[in-house]
Design a protein around this ligand. Structure first.
Ligand code: GRF
Length: 242
């Protein structure tokens, strides 16, 4: 019931707003500072796009509170155990070849509805991952381009398990003299999609994982909106370094 209300308000939201703007969905599982940077950039008009939904990886995360501030609808993923299939899923699976069971592993939206179906109905132009830790399955990648921001200079210091403080610890331990932020397209492998842009920062002798993370995060908040802006203006070419 709660879910139905959210979706209804989402469609009302589209109808009263400029439909020519790019429709952006953000996925987040953490504090949401990148989500906030993107939301600010859309609100100010820097990005010619509208964030029409936040998909929250779990309840209680900071990004949800930030979404309220911007009046952005939120959908919280549920993690039921055992995971129920949406009604009629097996029949639809046979008809469309969509693997609902795959999505049910942590990807059922509130009310038991399938997240894939919700995203397909919205038909966004871009999905941005902003501190979202789960792997994005092929079915979602087919809907529209998906971007991610990573707090290191890929292709180094990426892949499974390379998130949060683990990344900065690895960078410092390696003795690297620079780190930075990378915006990239997402494919089915963690942190392996085409690199769009990077911004570098020096790693200072006195840096620890916390100071390095803060320094990189500051750059992330500028780099991500810049990339999304170019995408929304149709100026982005894959693999082009900004
Ligand atoms: C950022 O460092 C981002 O690069 C990584 O996850 C972190 C999310 O931080 N993917 P926040 O939730 O946006 O503050």
């Amino acid at each position: 019931m709660e879910f139905a209300i959210i979706i209804f308000s989402l469609f009302s939201y589209f109808n009263i707003n400029n439909v020519s703007m790019k429709k952006i969905i953000i996925f987040a599982s953490g504090g949401g500072s990148n989500f906030e940077a993107l939301a600010e950039a859309c609100k100010s008009g820097y990005i010619d796009g509208k964030i029409i939904l936040l998909v929250a990886g779990k309840a209680g995360i900071g990004a949800i509170e930030k979404a309220k501030k911007f009046d952005i609808p939120v959908l919280i993923e549920q993690h039921p155990s055992p995971c129920p299939l949406p009604q009629g899923a097996r029949e639809k699976e046979k008809k469309d070849g969509v693997q609902f069971s795959h999505f049910c592993k942590g990807r059922v939206a509130e009310g038991g509805r399938d997240l894939l179906e919700v995203l397909q109905n919205i038909n966004p132009d871009l999905i941005c991952l902003a501190g979202y830790l789960k792997k994005i399955p092929a079915e979602i990648l087919k809907i529209c381009p998906v971007m991610n921001i990573h707090p290191a200079l890929l292709p180094k210091f990426g892949g499974k398990g390379m998130y949060g403080h683990h990344v900065h610890e690895a960078v410092i331990k390696s003795g690297a003299i620079e780190s930075g932020a990378t915006v990239h397209f997402v494919n089915e492998d963690y942190d392996k999609g085409a690199i769009i842009a990077q911004d570098k920062v020096p790693v200072l002798p006195e840096d620890n994982p916390q100071t390095l993370a803060a320094c990189v995060l500051e750059r992330e908040h500028k780099l991500y909106p810049r990339c999304v802006k170019l995408f929304c203006e149709g100026k982005m070419k894959e693999k082009e370094l900004l």
